[in-house]
Write a protein that binds this ligand. Structure first.
Ligand code: NAP
Length: 295
């Protein structure tokens, strides 16, 4: 049994809001910060905890500060921007970032934190909105082992799997592998279902059969139904996926890695954005194929 801590959570979005709730229900003393104040007000009306008006104020006196905002720039703003959390962190505390960002920004903030006598762990998550709401996230971390060990039991309240992948940035690099793998799989599934429909097959029956064999995937099991129905108003947004794929392609450029399929699928997602599908689920690649077929 570990002692209850004073923690803060910055960014009460789709992911952060339920994650902060798990921390409060685990018995920690939680302070939340959200840019749009009304979300923080709603959170404190539904959970045990208090709200702060700036990231700096939220971080003051906290043992661990968690964060889940949008992208690199958002992370910079809430950490080293005006009234950023890094100006409120106490010596010996830990900043855990759950945002999906570049490895570069994680390395820069790790160094900045070290200079200010606290620690930084990059800890992007996988598992989507459902994983956050059910406390079943997969967390891939980068940073120093002793620091990781102190925050591991705290994160356990919203995770089913947590692993330190190596030095700072390794969590983000692992998340990039996750997104690279998903991109190809979703396009393959979209093409398979599109083909099945055009061939006059019953798409659901096809999936029932092939999902018991080598073609099975999380995307197939969890998305085939809504794809066949043409429903995309849920899940992980195309805009977020393009943000993530840009990070993957930038990193690949730096390391001289060839990612031809990832680059192609990224362009397909650009087409989906042009169809006004930026907020659609990533499985909307099927809508793109159907729109092309309809021309
Ligand atoms: P979201 O619902 O859009 O929430 C983003 C949060 O960040 C909001 O609280 C937003 O505040 C805050 N924020 C954004 N920019 C900010 C800034 N410049 N200053 C202060 N606060 C700022 O996003 P989400 O779905 O929770 O995703 C968060 C992160 O997790 C992203 O990096 C995403 O790629 C990653 N992720 C998401 C999923 C998923 O299924 N949604 C899965 C895995 C990973 P406001 O309320 O004021 O807008």
């Amino acid at each position: 049994m570990y002692k209850m801590l004073k923690v803060a959570f910055i960014g009460l979005g789709v992911m952060g809001y339920p994650m902060a709730g798990f921390l409060a229900r685990a018995g920690h003393h939680v302070t939340v910060y959200n840019r749009t104040l009304s979300k923080a007000e709603r959170w404190v009306s539904e959970n045990e905890g208090v709200l702060a008006e700036t990231p700096k104020q939220a971080a003051e006196g906290a043992d661990v500060v968690f964060c889940c905002v949008g992208n690199d720039e958002d992370l910079r703003q809430v950490t080293v921007g005006s009234a950023g959390a890094f100006y409120g962190m106490k010596a010996g505390s830990v900043f855990v970032d759950h945002t999906t960002t570049s490895a570069e920004v994680a390395r820069a903030l790790y160094k900045e934190a070290k200079d200010k006598s606290f620690s930084f762990i990059d800890a992007p998550v996988s598992g989507g909105q459902a994983g956050a709401e059910n406390g079943q996230l997969t967390i891939m971390c980068g940073g120093d082992q002793p620091v990781f060990e102190t925050v591991f039991p705290v994160m356990e309240c919203y995770a089913r799997s947590i692993r330190l992948m190596g030095e700072v940035g390794s969590g983000q690099l692992t998340k990039m592998v996750n997104q690279i793998c998903i991109a190809g799989v979703v396009q393959g599934l979209a093409e398979g279902l599109h083909f099945a429909k055009k061939a006059g097959l019953d798409g659901a029956a096809v999936v029932d059969v092939i999902s018991k064999g080598a073609a099975q995937s999380w995307q197939m099991e969890n998305r085939y139904q809504t794809m066949l129905e043409g429903h995309y108003d849920h899940g992980f947004a195309v805009d977020w996926m393009r943000k993530d794929l840009a990070i993957c392609l930038d990193e690949a450029e730096r390391t001289g890695t060839s990612l031809p399929l990832t680059a192609l699928v990224d362009q397909f997602y650009k087409d989906v954005q042009n169809m006004k599908g930026g907020r659609w689920d990533t499985s909307s690649l099927l809508a793109r194929l159907e729109a092309i077929a309809a021309i």
